[in-house]
Each structure stands twice: as C-alpha cells, then as structure tokens.
Design a protein around this ligand. Structure first.
Ligand code: PGA
Length: 254
C-alpha cells in the first residue's frame, strides 16, 4: 500500500516569509510522520523560497496550475518545464476554482495533464460535482466525463502517474463536508473507472478527498480505507492545523 498523501493547497495566500514559516512547520510534521507523503502547493511567487526551505527533508513541492506549452508568447503563463526547474514534482490540475472562475474546460484540463506528464510532473487531477449536479443525480456522470476527457489518449503507464482528488465543489471553502458515505461511494466509482481504463494496477492509485478538511474531521477521513489522502485548502494555512491533519494520516492503520 502506498503511503497516504497530504497536500496543502495555499491558493493565493501569503508572502514568501509566510510561506517559509508554513513550509518549516510542514517539514517538522513530515519528520514526525514518515509514513505520510506531504506535498505543498504554494503560490508561484513563493515556489523558489519554499523549494529552498524544503531542501533537507521529504516534503515535496507542487504548483497550483500550469500552461501546456513549454514556452512561447503566452503572457502571464508558467510552463511545466519552468515548474520542474523550480523543483516541483507535482502540479494541481483542474481545480474547481480554475474551472469555475477562469473558464478551464475539460479539454484545457486534458492538455495540462498531458503536458505535465510529458515534462515529468505528477498531476493531481481535481474532479467534482456542483451541488446542483448532485441534487439532479448527475454526480457520477459529471465525474466520469471529467475523468474520461482528462485521460483521453494517455497510456496506461501515464495514467498510473496521476493522483485523482475528488473535491465536491459545494464542500470547498464552505465548511460543508461530504459524508463519509458520499466520499467512499465516489472514490469507489473513480477507482473502478481507473481500473477499467488502466488495468488492475489501478488498485495502487491514490485517490484523495478535498473540501473543508480540518483537524476535526481528518481522523475519520484517514480511517476510511478508500481515502488515500487529502487535498487541504484553508486548514493548510495554519501550521498546527496542517500538522494535525498529517498526524491523523500518520496514525492510521496500514
Ligand atoms: P478547503 O479547500 O480545504 O479550503 O475547502 C480545498 C481545496 O480547494 O482544495
């Protein structure tokens, strides 16, 4: 079984010195919980500072977004190669804020996933339904479509490098949690789709949950066998809260 993965997505928060403080706290949490893989996704502006702070330790660096071209006339964009150059190992792709606020389509997300993989970055692919879609009984349909488009044309080997994060849009930054049953059901569904697409090894995939993960609900998430880790937004901006979430996954029976 792969170690649990706990990812902190800092979104658009903090100066470089805030970032280094958070990174130092996460390093300490990682040292105390060696069975957990800890990944931090600072804003682009803090990637270099956080990379330096993480030099000695097992915490890995992620970006929150990328462009799909290696270089060119794309004002304001950052390429996968630039992220590699900064020391990134992972990149978040298709976060619902990118889809909803910045118009990223399934097709755009697919280009980004492909570009990340080609550059040697591991995509953390976010999928999730809105509340309206859930109420209309469309959860599985939406997730299947998002996943199908994102994986189109990829080899089985490439797909195995992807981590999926199930993030119901209505649970992100709202304090509302999906129930364990809702989460387990979607994770099972995603695992089944991955297995069909990429073969049996899909059992080894890590499927994360994200959406209002906090210290007070991390232990029950960690106890759910289908949840291989979490993508944490708000609570990753506090050293103690993030460390407590890492601890919950460190303490789970494997
Ligand atoms: P949240 O964000 O933990 O603040 O709900 C999660 C995410 O957006 O990945």
């Amino acid at each position: 079984m792969k170690p649990a993965l706990v990812v902190g997505n800092w979104k658009m928060h903090g100066t470089r010195s805030d970032a280094v403080k958070l990174a130092t706290g996460a390093l300490e949490a990682s040292r105390r919980n060696r069975r957990v893989e800890v990944v931090l996704a600072p804003p682009f502006t803090a990637l270099a500072a956080v990379a330096a702070a993480l030099r000695r330790g097992a915490v890995k660096l992620a970006a929150q977004n990328l462009h799909w071209e290696a270089e060119g006339a794309f004002t304001g964009e950052i390429s996968p190669q630039m992220l590699r150059d900064l020391g990134c190992r992972y990149v978040i792709v298709g976060h619902s804020e990118r889809r909803r606020l910045f118009g990223e389509s399934d097709a755009t997300v697919a280009k980004k996933v492909g570009a990340a993989l080609s550059a040697g970055l591991r995509p953390i692919l976010c999928l999730g339904e809105t509340l309206g879609e859930r109420r209309r009984g469309r959860t599985n349909g939406v997730i299947a479509r998002q996943l199908r488009v994102a994986l189109k044309g990829l080899s089985k080997g490439a797909i195995k490098k992807i981590t999926v994060a199930y993030e119901p849009v209505w649970a992100i930054g709202t304090g509302k949690n999906a129930t364990l049953e809702q989460i387990a059901t979607v994770h099972r569904f995603v695992r089944g789709l991955l297995r069909r697409r990429a073969g049996r090894g899909a059992q080894a995939y890590r499927i994360l949950y994200g959406g209002s993960v906090r210290p007070d609900n991390a232990a029950e998430l960690a106890a759910e066998p289908g949840v291989d880790g979490v993508l944490v937004g708000g609570a990753s901006l506090k050293v103690d809260a993030f460390a407590s979430i890492v601890r919950s996954f460190g303490a789970r029976a494997v």
